[in-house]
Unconditional design. Structure first.
Lengths: 633, 100
């Protein structure tokens, strides 16, 4: 199962890794989109809120303006009655809740009877809440230089004053709406005012809370704080002094835009915190802004981050186990295949191949494995049978050659009459050479033969030939008669037409008379005592085993002491060099003549073998080589 | 060893080319099988191209000769290389098989 598990684990890991990366990219993208969306939403909300607040404030202010303007004609109508101005102002205060004070301030000496200062004034008493009236101007209060009087008159326009602290009245922040009054000649003769508590206007603003920690503020024409949650700021600071103090460039820029009467949204940094600011102008040139901390705005997004991240991680975990399970299940056969293959590798060709139910690559694998097993099985079976056949063949050859060579006589006679030595050099595959000799009394029997065909027990011929020696010594048969008997024994029932060529001889060591028969064998070499070599003449006979009842002819020769006989098989004369040329009979005779007459048989034999080897020069020996040397002394 | 056999009724013209040795003797015997099974075959073998025969080759010639006799046919070897002829002479096969 290890393969199975590790494969599924690895694949699952990669899949989860890839999915995780995708998820994270997706989350990132979603975060950006969400942030943009939320910012847009926040901006919309802030805009709406701001618009609401602005229109509320503007409504309040226009109410005040309308109330005041509606009394202008009354003032003008009653100019002839200076004291009626108290009534006018009192009515304005009584019937307009927003207006806490109102005055009609006349030009110096407008009414000569009233003196330099004449400014009837009504206001709500902060303690009693009742309306009280008085003449405002005096040497102590030179209203002609007051902002609310001077500026509108100079600008020849109705005007709201900047906020100011009303020390004499309600001890609250006030703003005053001033309207210059003109006569038919276009000369200003009075300024009519309505005082409004700043808070009554900005109270509406303070209700603006799109987010928990958001706050509004309002700037006057000069950038002074008209309204700000920190009240202290409203008296002394402008947005620019605040910006310079804190070093926030964003705030400075915001102030510039607000003073220019622009409306818009921006994300700014105030004292290292980020804020979303929405701002817009009031019609009188003031500007309102709502400041919302980014943390508040994007709190929802942040709150979402954790559950989403958790969800993703949980999802990935589930995906991991799911994928691992599926891959594990799917690749289960692979593990089993691996075990089957291992089993096969260990030599079990009956190993069980797991059955695959699906029709996919695994099924192909199963089919291939089955095919492989069948091929293996067949191949191994063939290999086994051919190996067995080879082994059988080789062992037969080995047995045959062992028997053959084991039967070769090795007790070479070497005495004062005869020195016999023989050697059989087998070819790679067993040939059919044989040599036999026997020294019995004063008779030396010897024979060299070559059996045709492979794997034929030359040993049989040897046994037979040896038996034939007994025939010779015991039954007084002639050599050709013995060869004929050997021939008959083999020709009978010789279906495969094997045959053996034989040189067969019997020598009387006393008389040195030799009786011999050549049954299809190579002629033997005779080297006389002077070292002259020649082939011993022989009547042609057919090889043994060919025709039953063939009458073999033999002959006799008288040898001299000091001479040598050399018997051999065609492995010598037909030894081939790489150019297919053969050692040949001529070379053999030359070799025989070139050796010292007194050389021992053993040295002669090995010398001849060396000569043949030298001739073939490493070319493969393709037939047995048998050499027998008999030296007489 | 290359063996070409042209048959015309009972008459077989066989052309031998190459050497017969231990490595191809079995193949040679296989090639001659149709001749050994034929009834009253009159076989003429051209041995011009046969440079050498081992004793296994001789054995196959002997088998062929025996089957030809058994099937009441005839076998003649022609144009034999002197060296090969010598082998036939030594083994006495030239007295069994007719060589022109």
């Amino acid at each position: 199962m290890r393969l199975n598990r590790s494969l599924s684990v690895r694949l699952s890991f990669y899949i989860v890794l890839a999915t995780g990366v995708l998820f994270i990219l997706l989350l990132f993208q979603m975060g950006i989109a969400g942030r943009n969306f939320i910012r847009q939403e926040a901006t919309n909300t802030a805009n709406t809120t701001l618009d609401g607040a602005i229109s509320d404030m503007e409504a309040a202010m226009t109410d005040v303006e309308a109330a005041l303007n509606s009394q202008i004609w009354v003032v003008k109508e009653h100019l002839s009655d200076p004291d009626y101005m108290y009534t006018v102002t009192r009515n304005l205060v009584d019937y307009n809740p927003l207006i806490v004070g109102s005055a009609v301030a006349f030009e110096p000496y407008y009414y000569p009877s009233k003196g330099e200062y004449y400014s009837p004034y009504s206001s709500t008493d902060p303690q009693s809440g009742k309306t009280v009236s008085k003449q405002l101007g005096s040497n102590d209060y030179d209203y002609f230089t007051a902002e609310w009087y001077q500026v509108p008159k100079l600008l020849m326009a109705n005007r709201w004053s900047e906020p100011y602290f009303d020390e004499g009245g309600g001890n609250v922040m006030m703003i005053t709406y001033s309207v210059p009054l003109w006569n038919e000649d276009g000369v200003c003769f009075a300024v009519m005012t309505a005082d409004v508590s700043l808070s009554s206007i900005t109270d509406r603003l303070s209700e603006v809370h799109p987010y928990e920690n958001s706050y509004p503020f309002m700037l006057g024409n000069s950038g002074a704080y008209v309204a700000h949650p920190e009240e202290a700021k409203t008296q002394h600071e402008t947005i620019f002094t605040a910006a310079i103090a804190s070093g926030d460039k964003d705030v400075f820029e915001l102030g510039r835009k607000m003073l220019a009467g622009e409306s818009g949204n921006s994300e700014i940094e105030i004292e290292k915190e980020r804020y979303l600011v929405t701002y817009g102008p009031l019609y009188n040139g003031w500007s309102v802004a709502i400041v919302s901390p980014s943390n508040d705005v994007f709190a929802g997004l942040k709150k979402m981050n954790f559950p989403m991240l958790g969800g993703v991680l949980l999802g990935l975990l589930i995906l991991y186990f799911l994928v691992r399970f599926i891959i594990g299940r799917t690749t289960q056969p692979i593990a089993e295949f691996s075990y089957s293959a291992l089993s096969v590798a260990k030599g079990n060709f009956k190993a069980r191949i797991p059955e695959v139910q699906t029709h996919d690559e695994l099924k192909q694998l199963e089919t291939s494995l089955h095919y492989m097993l069948r091929s293996f099985d067949e191949y191994i079976r063939e290999l086994k049978s051919s190996t067995a056949a080879n082994e059988r063949f080789e062992s037969e050859l080995n047995i045959a050659s062992k028997i053959q060579y084991g039967m070769l006589p090795r007790d070479f006679p070497k005495d004062d009459r005869v020195d016999l030595y023989a050697m059989l050099q087998p070819a790679k595959e067993v040939g059919g050479d044989l040599y036999v000799f026997e020294l019995s009394g004063n008779h030396l029997y010897f024979s060299v033969g070559d059996v045709s065909g492979k794997g034929v027990p030359a040993s049989l011929y040897m046994a037979l030939t040896r038996a034939a020696f007994k025939l010779l010594s015991n039954m007084q048969l002639t050599v050709p008669q013995v060869v004929a008997k050997i021939n008959d024994a083999f020709a009978e029932g010789n279906r495969s037409n094997m045959f053996v060529t034989l040189f067969f001889a019997s020598l009387n060591l006393d008389t040195m008379e030799m009786e011999y028969c050549n049954a299809g064998h190579n002629p033997i070499v005779y080297i006389d005592e002077a070292g002259k070599s020649q082939f011993l003449p022989a009547k042609p006979n057919i090889a043994c085993g060919v025709f039953e009842g063939f009458e073999y002819q033999g002959e006799t020769a008288k040898l001299s002491k000091g001479s040598r006989l050399v018997l051999y098989t065609d492995g010598v004369t037909e030894a081939e060099a790489s150019d297919k040329s053969q050692y040949g009979e001529e070379r053999l005779l030359q070799f025989a003549s070139s050796r010292p007459v007194s050389e021992s048989s053993e040295k002669f034999v090995s010398g001849l073998l060396d000569s043949v080897r030298e001739f073939t020069a490493g070319n493969d020996q393709n037939d047995d080589i048998t050499i027998m040397s008999i030296k007489f002394q | 060893m290359d063996v070409k056999i042209n048959q015309d009724g009972c008459k077989y013209e066989v052309v031998l080319d190459g050497r017969i040795d231990t490595t191809n003797a079995d193949k040679f015997q296989e090639d001659l099988t149709p001749l050994m099974n034929a009834e009253t075959p009159e076989i003429v073998m051209d041995c011009t191209g046969m440079q050498y025969t081992s004793s296994q080759g001789l054995r196959i010639f002997l088998s062929l000769q025996k089957s030809v006799i058994a099937h009441k046919g005839s076998l003649v070897l022609r144009n034999m290389d002197p060296k090969v002829r010598e082998v036939f002479d030594i083994t006495g096969f030239s007295s069994i098989i007719k060589i022109d």
